[in-house]
Design a protein around this ligand. Sequence first.
Ligand SMILES: Cc1ncc(COP(=O)(O)O)c(C=O)c1O
Length: 425
Amino acid sequence: MVRTVAHNIRAVKETGSDLDVADKTRDQALRERAQRVLPNGMYGHMAVRPRLPDAYPQFFERTSGCRMWDVDGNEYIDFICAYGPMIAGYGNERIRAAADAQRERLDMANGPPAALLEFAEKFTRQVSHADWAIFAKNGNDATTVCNMIARSRSTKRKILVCETAYHGSQPWANRMSRGTPPEEHVHYPTYRFNDIESVTAAADAASGDLAGIVVSTYRHDIPHTQELVDPAFARKVREICDAEGAALILDDVRGGLRLSLDASWSEFGIQPDLSAWGKAIANGEPLAGVVGGDHYREAAEKIFVTGSFWYQGAPFAAASETLDVLAETDAPRYMERLGQQFRDGLYEQAQRHGHGILQSGPPQMPMLQFEDDPDTKKGFAFCVNALRHGVYLHPWHNMFLSVAHTEADIEEALEGTEKAFAELA
Ligand SMILES: Cc1ncc(COP(=O)(O)O)c(C=O)c1O
């Protein structure tokens, strides 16, 4: 495919992290403005500085399928997918049409449209452990609501969380930010993922007061190498929850619908009591959800949770259509196959160019690291090279495939990464 736009990415010094611009780009002009009105010029997980080399664009203008264009007109094949929400393609026509039609009829009112109920029926039919659903906006909401329901059922207080896992930036889940006193974590003892001894010890210490154990789809804590869940660990967590009458809470916010169209641990026979969803379920329309089994219905009925925008219609229409698109394309297997194609290509290129790389996690949510690269310097330089050749990768976060990626897109991306490896010192 011929690129219509020349890559005018800013020249990057050898460190791979400093900006060296001759002329100010639009992105840089926007960043200068942003510095005045946004903390640090940008906040959260989408802030380029200080998380990524400055050569990464901060502001984008347009998206289509698996591609995006920054404000300077540079085109990228995207392997981040808006950090997960895009799963069926930016601007997927069917999903957008469904959302727009609902928006046209009713988006906000004094009560929700039937689209909420229709999606609840469809999603609880699809997720095998689910009998009811509560919808919200963000993964933050979903994981927090799960904890409330777990406590509502048992009136116990402790919820075990993996020590380095991410379940949102809300205080109970956030040990890395200022502004959160340690007391927020008093009832959240920690365990290590895939470590049976550690989760057993944490559960023993909380025994009698254990309301739930939160687990991730698999270990995707940043910036650790990704680790698939050990089924023996999953079985042990289930066993502890059963013995204690505690809720097994599966956080499928990031991994949901990419590994499985069911709750991800159901694939190997472990059913959670509650699962949290978000990101991809409406292909980028704002929607998150909690689903649970009948044995947690009464507990769910006894809590009060809500939000001004939780009943908005368009995201439900988008979500129903997203489920159809994903089922029709056998999405998890499709993304797995394409992710493997990308992974194999990267491995072959790295070998040929004499670089040791580490590729972890499921192929549809791949992570790429360089061996002997403790400060990620090599990873930064490689990803900046890849950007210059039209491939948007991440040097320390898991990436995401979508059903909008095609074999041809992967081949084209590999042409870019071939040049990126060749240019790596
Ligand atoms: C596993 C997991 N849980 C919860 C969240 C929080 O989701 P949100 O950012 O939509 O609040 C995230 C976000 O990245 C996540 O990856």
